[in-house]
Write a protein that binds this ligand. Structure first.
Ligand code: SAM
Length: 295
């Protein structure tokens, strides 16, 4: 994938293809990165606890995991759901997800290599749709992806999305993004996240679209869903500048002291996540929405 020019991020025409192949090249190291990066350790602690709290909505039911990657959330659902449909653009990540759930002894997962903007599923066929890990920020046609999630969700079912939040504490360290955020009124902007492969001398700049809470709520409402809960992630921990959150050497985070600080701040964030004021300034947020039962 081409490196984007700082200050002028655009998705470009073949962004989806580029994203799929960049993630495919990450397949062998994705889970190592996930397990070692303090930001992602904090993230998966919140997403895991959130899905656990939502378990009555998906246990024994049909779950769709949109942007399943290596199966972080799929592996949580599989032992207790009736059936899990795990969809992703990156075939090599799905191969890793398959290994993971097979290792758990689960045979109720169907892997779908495809695009979130065109879900190969009938209307109303899923009880619970999960789209975690900022997948929605990577999709240029995000409105169509949300409409698709709402379409396949049955009346009375749930759609939950994790997204990158526009206004976050870390903007203090990102003057370029702050300037763009101030220019984009009423809606989110684009955020650049640079990934340096652990196993090769290559880096890739991912462009993530950010959202305001109001904007994401509007998108979900426009697709016929009703938002019932909002949680913030990475409020306090975003005070630590981004390079210290992700820089690696020899496959390990370079700054061990920062790792400890970020993990401690993550525990503070877990206490603050439901506070309406604080959740507005997190690096990311989760919305839980229901599809009204028409009966
Ligand atoms: C940061 S990963 C998150 C994976 C997983 N949900 C997790 O939390 O570990 C983002 C994933 O979104 C997938 N993705 C991006 N755009 C997509 C699209 N249009 N349709 C399906 N998957 C997509 C990528 O291939 C990648 O696996």
């Amino acid at each position: 994938m081409d490196t984007v020019q700082q200050g002028q991020p655009e998705f470009g025409e073949r962004y989806g293809e580029a994203v799929g192949s960049a993630y495919d090249r990450m397949a062998e190291e994705y889970d190592v990165f996930d397990a070692e990066t303090p930001f992602l350790i904090n993230d998966s602690r919140v997403t895991r606890a959130t899905l656990e709290a939502l378990r009555p909505r998906w246990e024994g039911k049909v779950v769709l995991d949109v942007g399943a990657g290596t199966g972080l959330q799929t592996a949580q659902f599989a032992p207790r759901a009736r059936r899990v449909l795990a969809l992703d653009l990156a075939a090599d990540l799905l191969r890793k997800a398959r290994e993971k759930v097979t290792g758990l002894g689960c045979r109720n997962v169907t892997f779908l290599h495809g695009d979130a903007t065109f879900l190969p599923l009938p209307d109303g066929s899923v009880d619970f749709v999960c789209c975690y890990g900022d997948v929605i920020g990577l999709i240029p046609d995000y409105a169509t992806a949300i409409a698709e999630m709402a379409r396949v969700c049955r009346p009375g079912g749930t759609v939950t999305i994790e997204y990158d939040n526009k206004w976050h504490v870390g903007l203090l360290w990102r003057p370029d993004e702050l300037a763009r955020a101030l220019r984009a009124r009423g809606m989110g902007d684009k955020r650049i996240w640079t990934y340096t492969y652990l196993t090769r001398a290559e880096r890739v700049d991912f462009i993530y679209k950010t959202y305001t809470g109001r904007e994401m709520t509007r998108l979900l409402t426009g697709a016929g869903l009703r938002v019932v809960r909002r949680l913030g992630l990475h409020m306090a921990s975003s005070i630590v500048p981004e390079p210290y959150q992700t820089v690696y050497k020899d496959g390990q985070p370079l700054y061990d002291t920062f790792k400890r600080i970020i993990l401690a701040l993550g525990r503070l964030d877990a206490l603050l996540q439901a506070s309406p004021g604080m959740s507005r300034v997190g690096y990311a947020a989760i919305l839980v929405a229901e599809k009204p039962d028409s009966r």
